[in-house]
Ligand binder design. Structure first.
Ligand SMILES: Cc1ncc(COP(=O)(O)O)c(C=O)c1O
Length: 359
């Protein structure tokens, strides 16, 4: 994979780890500590994260797919209950059917151009309620930030929460990029968390080595969590190493500072790419993702050098390419990428004249 600066812009998972996280791992690496989260380090880190989010209980896990499956296992109680989600959600697209396999629950996926569900869209999926031939919606699953880089405003989140309460639907918020959303909205973690019954807090994409947390906001939902976590194979024996990462992210607000930085780099990238002929910004830039529409030829050219994702097809025949920034992306990285995209675009026929040039 040839990149100019060592950056791929393919995912925030391609980024490394905060040195402070590695130091925190080394710092807890002495002597024995009781396993499975019963040690003082783990208890303190979980309590700290819960305090930051206003959560009743917290559970550390290894990865985001496990976090989603565990969270939903607390909310779906019967096999005929279903989960309403966006068609573009990681849950629906990128988890290899883990929720369906492990929970045995049907996902009711709704097509949304910007990755965001609305009460009206959800209401339209409730028509089968009370019909024994239909699954019964129980959970609204949303991501904040969404997989398309957009963010729900706090008022949109509160409307979803109120709608859920009025319609006996629980809300699970996938917070793999909740840091980027908090940075964009300029709000506290607790402001977002208060709109969910259960949420995840993503550490890995925020500069940790590998840790996520499930945070339970609503009374009565946490009792079964320890058992579900074990069953879905997300209970770490050497929990202190997960906890140390959470601690390091909370220290000096690294989770938030890094997300602000990543979001700023995404805005920088968006501003540069929108001046490139043949490249169009396809989604509002509200987190650390930049979605661009471009010709297949230009995308193919860029994929030779950058490990980015062709996210989807655009209705007009172009493709959507996703670029991601991270806590450690520099201004120079972005400038180099923008130059490379401009160079690649300038070497291709101008949009709309491709056929003529080739003939
Ligand atoms: C929104 C969202 N949720 C969950 C995940 C799952 O994370 P993991 O790859 O750790 O399972 C991802 C990963 O990209 C994601 O983007």
């Amino acid at each position: 994979m040839a990149t100019i600066s060592g950056r791929t812009f393919g995912s925030d998972n391609h980024a490394g780890v905060y040195p402070a996280v590695l130091e925190a791992l080394a710092a807890v690496n002495s002597g024995d500590a009781v396993g499975y989260g019963e040690d003082a380090i783990s208890k303190a880190a979980v309590a700290r994260l819960c305090a930051e989010a206003g959560a009743r209980q917290g559970y550390l896990v290894f990865n985001g797919t496990g976090a989603n499956v565990l969270a939903l296992s607390l909310l779906v109680r019967r096999p005929y209950e279903a989960i309403i989600c966006a068609e573009s959600s990681h849950l629906n697209v990128d988890e290899c059917g883990a929720p369906e396999r492990v929970l045995g629950s049907k996902l009711l996926a709704i097509s949304v151009p910007d990755g965001k569900l609305t009460p009206a869209l959800i209401e339209a999926r409730l028509s089968g309620r009370g019909d024994e031939h239909r699954v019964q919606p129980r959970v609204i699953q949303i991501a904040q930030a969404t997989e398309l880089g957009t963010c729900y405003s706090l008022s949109e989140l509160r409307r979803l929460r109120d709608f859920g309460r009025a319609h006996d639907l629980l809300i699970y918020l996938d917070g793999a990029r909740i840091a980027n959303a908090a940075a964009y909205l300029g709000c506290a973690l607790a402001d977002i968390a208060a709109c969910a019954d259960v949420l995840s807090f993503g550490g890995t994409k925020s500069g940790a080595l590998g840790v996520e947390a499930i945070l339970v906001m609503t009374d009565g939902l946490a009792e079964s969590a320890p058992y579900h976590r074990k069953q879905v194979m997300q209970l770490a024996s050497k929990m202190r190493y997960l906890a140390a990462q959470i601690d390091a992210l909370l220290d000096e607000d690294r989770w938030l500072v890094g997300a602000r930085h990543a979001n700023a780099r995404a805005r920088q990238l968006g501003a540069a790419l929108e001046t490139v002929p043949g490249v169009e910004i396809a989604q509002p830039i509200q987190s650390n993702g930049v979605f661009t529409a471009m010709s297949r030829d230009l995308a193919a050219r860029l994929l030779q050098d950058w490990s980015v994702q062709v996210w989807s097809e655009s209705p007009d025949g172009r493709v959507i390419v996703r670029w991601m920034t991270a806590f450690d992306t520099t201004e120079q990285d972005v400038a180099e990428l923008a130059r490379a995209v401009a160079d690649a675009a300038s070497q291709l026929p101008a949009p709309g004249v491709a056929g003529q040039t080739r003939a």
